[in-house]
Design a protein around this ligand. Structure first.
Ligand code: PRP
Ligand code: URA
Length: 210
């Protein structure tokens, strides 16, 4: 099966993303919007979950219904900023497990530096959704997914809000088996490795650290 690379052009996602980008959007609104957009993205990224048939007794008869076929999910945010996307996913799939991968980009080399990794023990039985709002050079996403693959999950999908063409190409080449979902594909990276026009530093804007 061909892997998915999807730019999510749903009007609700695009509307909310435009507010998110605005330099004047305050931290509280920014955090809520990241949550809402993530929920909409995860709604779509889970559309291939397999269903199974059950019969349900209603007050008026038997309904032949469908439920999700015992699929186990895990969300793995890339710290810090990926954390902002987890609540949206847990609202839709409350029984999902959550792993964490801590990476930061070295400001000079732009290479990811890993400082934490804690994944669910049974990740081998789970479909994993890796979250990070920004796919810039792609280094952080590539590294995080390499770490997760060492534990052989059933599948991996990567979700970001904004991707740069450089990062998208790098991630596609490094992990050809990973489905990729983005709310927008932007123009380029600047000399500091920031996405243009982007939204600035996602972690600082979610957590109000600048
Ligand atoms: C940001 C972002 C990604 C990474 C993207 O994190 O959340 O993890 O940069 O850049 P890349 O694609 O070039 O690797 P940052 O390093 O700023 O850490 P933070 O979330 O802790 O602020
Ligand atoms: N990390 C961010 O938070 N923003 C960017 O534009 C690039 C990397």
């Amino acid at each position: 099966m061909e892997r998915t690379v999807k730019i999510m052009d749903h009007p609700l996602i695009q509307h909310k993303l435009s507010i998110l980008r605005d330099v004047n959007t305050p931290t509280k609104d920014f955090r809520e919007l990241v949550n809402e957009i993530s929920m909409l993205m995860i709604y779509d990224a889970t559309r291939d979950l397999p269903l199974t048939q059950i019969d349900v007794e209603t007050p008026c008869g038997t309904a032949h219904c469908k439920i999700i076929a015992g699929r186990k999910l895990a969300f793995v945010p890339i710290l810090r900023a990926g954390l902002g996307m987890v609540d949206g996913g847990l609202k839709l799939v409350p029984s999902a497990r959550v792993g964490h991968i801590g990476l930061y980009r070295d400001e000079k080399t732009l290479k990811p530096v890993e400082y934490y990794c804690k994944l669910p023990k049974d990740i081998g039985e789970r479909d994993v959704f890796v979250t990070d709002p920004m796919l810039a050079t792609g280094g952080s996403a590539i590294d995080a997914i390499t770490q997760i693959k060492l534990r052989s999950p059933r599948s991996i999908k990567f979700l970001c809000l904004i991707a740069a063409p450089e990062g998208l190409e790098a991630l596609k080449a490094a992990h050809p088996d990973v489905d990729i979902y983005c709310a927008a594909l932007d123009d380029h990276l600047n000399e500091n490795g920031y996405i243009v026009p982007g939204l600035g530093d996602a972690g600082d804007r979610i957590f109000g650290t600048k």
